[in-house]
Design a protein around this ligand. Sequence first.
Ligand code: ADP
Length: 930
Amino acid sequence: MTTPDLPLSVPLTLSCGATLKNRLVMAPMTTCAGFHDGSVTGELVEYYRQRAGDAAAIIVECCYVENNGPAFPGALGIDSDHKIAGLQKIAAAIKERGSKAVLQIYHGGRMSEPLLIGGRQPVAPSAVAMPREGMPLPRALSAEEVSDMVEKFGQAVRRAIIAGFDGVELHGANTYLIQQFFSPHANRREDEWGGSLEKRTRFPLAVLAVARKMARQYAGDGFIIGYRFSPEETEQPGIRFADTLYLLDKLASEGLDYLHFSMNNTLRSSLNDIDDPRPLIDKYMTEGTATLKSVPVVGVGGVISGEMARQALEHGYSLVAVGRAAIASPDWCQQLLTGQRLALAIDSRQREALSIPEPLWFFPQVAAMVRDMSLAGGKFSAGTFNETLQDQQGDCRLTVTLSDERLTDLSMDMPETADVEFTTHFMELRSRILEANSPYVDAVTGATTQSEAVKKAVARVMMASARQRQKQDGADDAGYDVVVVGSGGAGLTAAIQASEQGARVLIVEKMPVPGGNTLKASVGMNAAETRFQALKGIRDSKELFYEETLKGGQGKNNTVLLRAFVEQAPLAIDWLADHGIVLSDITITGGMSIDRTHRPADASAVGGYLVSGLLKNVQQQSSVEIMTETSVTEIHCQAGKVTAVTVQTAQNETLQIRTRSVIVATGGFSANPQMVVHYRPELAGFVTTNHPGATGSGITLLQALGAGTVDMGEIQIHPTVEQTTSYLISEAIRGGGAILVSQQGQRFINEMETRDKVSAKIIGLAEHAAWIIFDQQIREQNKATETYISRGFVVTADTPAALAGALEMDAAALQATVADYNRVVLKQQPDVFGRTTALRQPLDHGPYYAIRIAPGVHHTMGGITINTRAEVLDGQQQPLAGVFAAGEVVGGIHGGNRIGGNAVADIVIFGRVAGDSAADYVRRRAREEK
Ligand code: ADP
């Protein structure tokens, strides 16, 4: 039932003559679900069929027009006539349901992935790589090839028409080829296709012209042609909004049916002009020409309610595209038209029912919407439960009502001081939680702390009631197969692995949120001989990785564990990728001679990405439960077998939980100053980079069982820590080409030396501190720098001399230091300090940046003794049955100094081993007990 008087339901006739029945379209979204050759799979047809019907149009995900154009795995192609039959099925499915079918077409250009194009070099307007670490250098198209490329777009339009589509959308956005021709960063040509703003518009205009020609020739009236654009680029030089308005005006003058913003929020403001808070659509409406404004414009990003869609229309959009929410709810359009709010949540058990292709299910933005509904699985002890929340506005009483099967209500007695905003935020969160029937929903923007407190309280109630129910049903007697202590990278990996091997797992975490110190891991994960290295043509060997780690560890490493570590590292990289955690970008850290530090494709810090990826996997395992704000205080054994653990909950309850085995993954002890100073008195007063949970409690737990320890005095200080906040400045910045200078404006060491050596030099300086200096290029290639800037750590200036002024440093000295370093980079020869790696590019792109740093306690290399099966060893090197450990709680692997990137490798590698070994042990024990 639709409501006819809503503007959303008003039809729109386009200039080609086609009429759209309302103002809602499904946004084109990559599903990665194409067949290996880019043809259509059956599940894709069903995916589109289910989402069509009420919407005016479905814009089908982008198809590459030439076989060297795919930019991601599982991309669809429209590069040959053989693809027409499959695409026809999608068009027919959409049209049969009553929506228009529009197909987006593109070419990846310099964004094309060499692996997906048979190892060929990608093509682009000019031989300029996308300014992201690891992106391939493309080959410039010749003028003749550019004309051929236009023709290929034309052929793609012809194929779309034959396949029965009602229109095409030319993908001039998201940094793909059409945008590259318009971009002054990607297009440095000096022929007719580049050089001036006007010439850079020629390729988009030529593509539009050929599309119009094909439409006239093969489709006749009513064929829709749209154009999608990214309003700005942040690169320098790069597309600015005024340039975009210029291009769009020219496109509009040629005639097209709609223009389509590519943004993550319909009302987003400028990325470049950050002092102008106006939504770009408002600028578009005030600054765009009359010709431009005569073309309907589509807005996209974050629309989940009719109210939001109407608001978008009020700002001037003619149509509203819905993205993620349409994946979650196939009947999204009907819901919006009938005034319902779309849920950004997907029941973990509903993938097949919702026809979501598997690759799309594991896509990070989609996986983030998947909610584990196992808490709602008909297993509560029904009743009404109260929790008290402390809030700045006063104490609030939260009442949670559970039936046998569901969370049925949630209410809060508001404190008298509560303002309207507080109440509205709660009501918003309440409807999200009830709708998802789970506390694991997105926090309400602007009320994160309040939301998290409510979510946690609801989770606590649901968990306690589920436990109560299990007790009533007698199910609790079985206990768990494995209790994992700690939910950092090692604990989460171990839990996933054990549960995939059939074990019933409980993760116990003492902090309020999972993730541990792993959340702070920045640089990446080391591994040699990986598939991602092969893709980038990096020749590496496990042997070299072994040798360099041993050298970095001052030869003190446990060589048996180290051998297992390097052998399993590439397998661990694959394991992560198989679990949707793709570390495909590669950099380098101190002490390594080769790029082998794997990090997320967008060069962001590894920790948050890794933890959220692992947590998603945990949520998808119905046999893993997680208790937060609960500490394990004792491990119980009887007759040489683990029987239970004692835990202390947030409410100070002490419980015994039965289990057959434990995996201790409690991390290191850097945040326990007494313990640090006990082993290394000279570290008294040092700040630590670690989270407060890194107290070494797992070592005490295991020592009580007789476990041995090793290398306890080997404590690493990290050289580059911002001292006022103890925030770590990632080694990736030096790995990206940054230098360290003293207050005298001089370099004093090879910055790529191991952490112990760099730290020692800094401590030896008169100020016991130094400056890390980088330029705009390094900023652009390392996302972490944005955090440093936003946290106010960074001093900025346009030139090295001005920077020196701001740092109260001798300007001539800093200028000479930068110039000397740049000469070394250009020659690629070792400098006086012996730096031979990470000589990336001269520091010559202003602005310049500096952060004041000094060392801080970072990693405890020593810890519990284990063998290569992650079995905990006692003082006589004998395994303690059923007791395993992994991650920083373990000692020996890193010897006297841990190499950057080896901690993440350690937790994933030995987390997997521990999970496997525990599951194996439990199976054997169950057989014996039969
Ligand atoms: P790793 O890198 O080895 O996985 P992390 O520091 O990332 O180590 O994670 C260890 C986790 O263990 C932290 O979240 C910490 O709060 C948790 N933890 C430490 N001691 C206990 C304990 N006794 N009971 C439960 N959790 C613990």
